[in-house]
Write a protein that binds this ligand. Structure first.
Ligand code: SF4
Length: 364
């Protein structure tokens, strides 16, 4: 589908849309696509300054920090074209089974030391069903919660029944990471071993269990601006509480290893467009930040980001946490996120796609 964009050239039109969002209104998909199509640096910087105002209006100067632990590494059965951990590609990425309690406790202590709001346990596998592995996962979650040092989050792949989501909630999971990755249209170019609908179904079970949703995607995979725009609206539909934007860091051995990097202004513009579309949600800049943005990293906040993944990523390195904390301090931003339970956000639909579902289904 080719979207007709609304002409947003010129500061007056960008200001009109910015004022509307600040006043609590929304922008249409066509208007948003017009923003994604901005080309001149003058217009893009104008857009960033409005995105910054929107962030400050809805989020103040608080920045939500998250970190992750690779809780089960490599040898994944799925063929996600960007991922070093897929068993389909020779990447030299480490492989090990489900994590013991000690590294999780060490991550909790580090998070506490740096004031990081959440630690997410991330597993490289297709998904989770009932059985001994779910019991072990729930043990790690309970231990993390009992430490009282951080919010226990997880990213455990596809869930195929409500009971699994309910068990995770009972164990103490507050937020579940499950990216839509890209638009429905582009998704099959990133993965063919599971579907976009598998992902939406999982999000439906999680929402019914009362678990908050961390869902975003990756840019720079070869998708179009229209795909990015559709992803943002899909995330609005499902009411993603935290929206991680990853920027592809091409991994040698994967199908995307030779993808050209996105220009820095294109990345910043994308973040700003997401802020216009998702004014109240946490927009988090995650993987690929340092390698793609380099000296422009601090501009993500001007572009509307309100959350940051700190510490190392799953298979690549990040800059030291101390450096990120200094960057926030220099910008007058406060990493002591107030843990308000996401109560200021839009909730969106369920995403399960089933008729008769208790929560209204969405078609994204
Ligand atoms: S992104 Fe997740 S599901 Fe896909 S290959 Fe990597 S670890 Fe497996």
């Amino acid at each position: 589908m080719i979207t007709k964009s609304v002409d947003v050239a010129g500061p007056k039109r960008i200001a009109e849309l910015g004022q509307r969002v600040l006043a609590g209104g929304g922008i249409t998909r066509e208007e948003a696509f017009g923003l994604f199509q901005l080309e001149s640096s003058a217009e893009i910087f104008d857009l960033l300054s409005w995105a910054n105002r929107i962030r400050e209006h809805f989020k103040g100067n608080k920045i939500h920090l998250c970190s992750i632990v690779n809780a089960k590494a490599g040898a994944c059965s799925e063929n996600c074209s960007f991922c070093a951990q897929s068993s389909f590609y020779q990447t030299g990425s480490p492989r090990y089974g489900f994590v013991d309690p000690e590294p999780v406790q060490a991550a909790a202590e580090e998070a506490d030391q740096y004031g990081v709001t959440a630690v997410g346990l991330v597993a490289a596998w297709k998904g989770l069903s009932e059985g001994p592995m779910l019991d072990e996962v729930c043990d790690r979650i309970r231990e993390l919660k009992a430490s009282g040092k951080t919010r226990p989050d997880v990213s455990l792949g596809i869930i195929k029944n409500q009971r699994v989501a309910d068990r995770l909630k009972e164990a103490g999971v507050e937020c579940y990471g499950h990216n839509l990755e890209s638009s429905r249209r582009f998704f099959p170019k990133t993965c063919t071993t599971h579907t976009y609908d598998d992902r939406l179904e999982t999000i439906g079970y999680l929402k019914k269990a009362g678990i908050k949703i961390c869902s975003g995607g990756i840019i720079g995979m070869g998708e179009t601006r229209e795909d990015r725009c559709d992803l943002a609206f899909a995330l609005k539909e499902i009411g993603a509480n935290v929206v991680p934007i990853n920027i592809l860091n091409p991994i040698k051995g994967t199908p995307f290893e030779n993808n050209p990097p996105l220009p820095v202004l294109e990345i910043l513009k994308t973040i700003a467009c997401f802020r216009f579309i998702l004014p109240r949600q946490e927009i988090m800049i995650a993987g690929g930040r340092t390698v793609n943005l380099r000296d422009a990293q601090s501009m993500i906040f001007l572009a509307g980001a309100s959350a940051l993944m700190v510490g190392n990523y799953l298979t690549t390195l990040n800059q030291p946490v101390e450096k990120d904390l200094q960057m926030l301090k220099d910008l007058g931003l406060d990493p002591s996120w107030d843990k308000h339970g996401f109560s200021d956000q839009e909730t969106g639909g369920c995403g399960c796609g089933k008729t008769g579902c208790a929560t209204e289904a969405v078609a994204v």
